[in-house]
Design a protein around this ligand. Structure first.
Ligand code: ATP
Ligand code: MG
Length: 394
């Protein structure tokens, strides 16, 4: 009967944006189109405050849903059936829909929830519900009505030209469409935290560019491949992005030779931030993003974060700052980065790790240590040697 899949896509917060609403919705439609391009002939259109996705019935419905749910700004998705806006047509479609649901899921009870977006439709919502319920009962003898805890809540959405019948509301991630809130440069390591932090900022509509630091040959080629793999998982949500790969070893060696051992980590972090800031300014990124989390390690005490922050003038977004590790891990599982993150490869931060890192660094002492180095030249050389790679969705 069906020659196409129809999905009703609802945009959560996007709908609240007042005057900007059409812009946000247009961006959302563009993002969905982009992500579904690989499926071929799929149409994505705005209509009466909803987004309708239509795709060939031969395509895998679940794969389509999975892809749509990854688009930031999508609150929920419902696979739906479309019919003419007459009580007769709606009744017929509802019966056909329920017969299929009985066969597929062994549904025994139902309730109709009707809504009339077209206020000129001659039947009022509660009456639509009652009348369609009666038609379904007649057409599907095994079914009973249960208004309190039905197996199937059947939605009937009556609109001006067509009506829609659906059951499931599959949750999306919410957030805002990509590209609606500028661009940020994410400091992406191979750990659990920074991919989650990147994902969270992208979810708020931010385009992503990334920088990764390594200490080759102390860190391996495989460690970098792991980061590229993580980045490509993040790219399945935020689309293709650029990653700057920087060798930090020359700077680390200078620090080790000239500065107190216990300050190594914080000094390295300040260099990372300054290099990142420089790249950000060159590439049109308005802020930096890190996976830092208050109190997690020596370099993330409140004092250390203050000293890290003081190295740059650009705002640093730390979306994980107040999250518990278990919650960050859950998020990593949910978005699919966890398994890759826990692969045991060394990070540049673990090279030259001091035995007793300073946990309450004082800015004046750190600045004194840095005065022994030619910071500007070191930073310029690192940025100069920047290797840029394109990250594609996995
Ligand atoms: P993650 O799990 O993200 O690696 P972490 O808990 O290991 O974080 P740190 O190693 O102290 O914490 O790093 C804090 C943040 O600094 C990271 O979340 C990331 O944003 C950035 N960072 C650390 N190492 C690198 C790296 N090699 N390249 C780019 N950014 C890095
Ligand atoms: Mg790390």
């Amino acid at each position: 009967m069906k020659d196409e899949h129809i999905f009703i896509v609802r945009c959560g917060e996007v709908a609240l944006k007042g005057m900007n609403k059409p812009y946000f919705e247009r961006m959302l439609v563009e993002r969905i189109k982009k992500l579904l391009k690989k499926f071929g002939d799929v149409s994505v259109k705005r209509h009466e405050g909803l987004i309708f996705v239509r795709a060939d019935a031969a395509l895998d419905k679940n794969a389509l849903i999975k892809e749509i749910s990854k688009v930031f700004g999508v609150a929920s998705i419902s696979p739906a059936v479309e019919c003419e806006s007459t009580m007769e047509a709606i009744g017929e479609a509802a019966v056909a829909y329920m017969l299929e649901a009985i066969e597929e899921r062994g549904i025994k009870t139902f309730k109709v929830e009707a809504k009339r977006a077209d206020k000129n439709f001659p039947v009022k919502s509660p009456d639509i519900g009652r009348q369609i319920g009666a038609v379904v009962l007649k057409g599907c003898k095994v079914l009973k009505v249960d208004v309190h805890d039905p197996d199937c809540l059947l939605f009937v959405d009556v609109r001006h030209d067509k009506s829609y019948i659906y059951q499931d509301k599959i949750q999306g991630f919410g957030g805002l469409p990509l590209g609606t809130t500028g661009k940020g440069l994410s400091l992406l390591s191979g750990g659990i935290d920074s991919p989650v932090a990147t994902w969270m900022m992208a979810k708020r509509g931010m385009m992503i560019e990334a920088v990764h630091f390594h200490s080759y040959p102390y860190t391996s080629q495989r460690a970098q491949e792991k980061v590229e793999e993580l980045a490509s998982i993040v790219a399945t949500y935020c689309g293709r992005f650029r990653m700057h790969v920087i060798n930090l070893l020359p700077i680390q060696e200078q620090i080790v030779q000239n500065c107190p051992e216990e300050e190594t980590t914080i000094l390295v972090r300040r260099f990372m931030m300054r290099i990142a800031e420089k790249i950000a300014r060159k590439t049109g990124c308005g802020m930096l993003i890190t996976g830092e989390n208050l109190g997690q390690v020596a370099s993330q005490t409140a004092e250390a974060l203050v000293v890290t922050d003081a190295s740059v003038a650009m705002p640093v977004m730390r979306p994980l700052i107040a999250m518990d590790k278990v919650d960050i891990m859950d998020k990593a599982q949910e978005i699919g980065t966890y398994e890759t993150s826990i692969q045991p490869y060394e990070d540049c931060c673990t090279v030259f790790l001091p035995k007793h890192p300073v946990t309450k660094p004082k800015l004046d002492r750190i600045l004194a240590s840095e005065s022994r180095l030619d910071c500007d030249a070191l930073i310029d050389a690192a940025v100069e040697a920047d290797e840029v790679i394109d990250i594609f969705p996995r």
